[in-house]
Design a protein around this ligand. Structure first.
Ligand code: NFA
Length: 98
């Protein structure tokens, strides 16, 4: 009888969505406090985590802020770069597929 069960065939064309790392690049001019502000404001980090990530970017040249869907990663990159320009800092944010 009709019990509401629908049998579906597998559709192997459906791929898992790609994930994107949002990365921050080091520069010689952006103040450390501003980078910590960015990391708490846009990436939901607490002060301690933001400090650790900021120092990692400062010493290694680059660092991951988080991993997101393409849409969310694009939005974070836009927001961070706009915020940095508004405050006249050269801080650069990019995304790369993981
Ligand atoms: N290198 C910057 C400074 O010494 C700080 C910084 C850290 C900038 C992380 C950008 C990213 N003021």
């Amino acid at each position: 009888q009709d019990d509401g069960v629908v049998l579906e065939t597998a559709r192997p064309k459906v791929k898992p969505p790609k994930r994107y790392q949002v990365v921050l690049l080091n520069d010689d001019f952006t103040p450390m406090d501003f980078v910590v502000d960015v990391l708490t404001r846009f990436f939901g980090m607490d002060e301690a985590k933001a400090n650790t990530v900021m120092l990692a970017v400062h010493t290694k040249g680059k660092g991951t802020c988080g991993v997101y869907s393409r849409e969310v990663a694009e939005m974070k990159v836009m927001q961070v770069n706009q915020y940095a320009r508004e405050h006249q800092h050269p801080l650069q944010c990019e995304m790369e597929v993981v």
